[in-house]
Design a protein around this ligand. Sequence first.
Ligand code: NAI
Ligand code: BLA
Length: 290
Amino acid sequence: MIGVVVVGVGIAGSVRIRDLLKPLQSSPSENLKIVGFVSRRDLGEHNGVKQICLEEALRSSEVDAAFICTDNQNHEESVRRFLEAGKHVLVEYPMVLSAHAAHELWQMAEEKGKVLHVEHIELLTEEYRALKKEVDGRTLEKGVLHFTGGPLHKQRSGFTAFSGIARVTWLVDLFGELTVTSATQEENPGEDYSKLTAHFVTANNKPVTWIEERAPGMKREKKVNFTFTNGVLDSLPPARRGSVGPFMQDQNLFAQKLLGQVPKEELAAEKKRILYCIDLAEKIKQYCEH
Ligand SMILES: NC(=O)C1=CN([C@@H]2O[C@H](COP(=O)(O)OP(=O)(O)OC[C@H]3O[C@@H](n4cnc5c(N)ncnc54)[C@H](O)[C@@H]3O)[C@@H](O)[C@H]2O)C=CC1
Ligand SMILES: C=CC1=C(C)/C(=C/c2[nH]c(/C=C3N=C(/C=C4\NC(=O)C(C)=C4C=C)C(C)=C\3CCC(=O)O)c(CCC(=O)O)c2C)NC1=O
């Protein structure tokens, strides 16, 4: 069995603990065993799982892997410490809040011979699968992806291009290589309002726009407007509810990596995409700061 600790018990961390306790039957996740969780709060136990302190988690020979489910701002430090301690790491997206740290940590994982897995559940939802199917094989002329949602805590979540990396990932997975041509951020701190607008071009020089807008009361929603040579897609196609939730699918993928069941080419392509998207986020940040 592969011993796992969950670090950070918020929404994502609680789902992780639940899924680790009840793995999908006959799936790679059955090889994972939760041995504890780490929290800054004194919780004692959570669903029968015991709390352990960070130092113990780093030291314990029972712990083979850590799930980092803390606020974005903490990811870099946690990933680094668990890799240094010789543990495999699963980290919720965004992996870290700078391109430099992302490249450095990836290199460190490779040197240590450890699996570094970044959760990207935005690619595993039925909503996304339906969209991908709709887009596949069509030629884009121009596209807009507009996300809205409630405000985030700036300090804990980091710059918008990183906290919203799931939207960048969608665009890259749908349309391939993108180049940032400009980006701006509007903010009204008094009203907790923010709006990021980033402009890209595809490899064929077609314009793509990403808008990430957040304010109190704004519904978590994604709107698309994609013009193809053969028609317009102006809403997300309907999707059925999947039988296996995205976090569980992600956990299975991580377990498969630990078991050496994921082909090298797939691992390399995933790493490339993750670092590529983080590099785009960094570029967007630079545009917004100038
Ligand atoms: N909620 C979701 O559906 C998804 C969340 N994520 C990612 O998961 C991560 C966590 O998000 P949520 O669970 O939604 O946020 P949350 O705010 O509910 O949970 C974060 C938890 O981490 C704890 N924490 C922060 N620093 C810590 C530290 N140094 N040591 C121990 N615990 C610490 C906080 O006290 C809090 O309980 C974020 O990186 C987010 O981007 C990714 C995909 C989906
Ligand atoms: C209800 C409040 C609620 C909160 C606070 C919330 C937070 C939240 N959801 C996220 C993504 C995500 N969250 C979900 C799904 C969920 N996540 C959930 O907390 C729940 C209840 C579901 C599903 C019913 C998915 C699928 C993603 C990936 C990005 C996407 O496709 O939207 C992220 C990562 C950053 C981002 O992509 O914006 C955060 C911080 N999501 C919410 O729905």
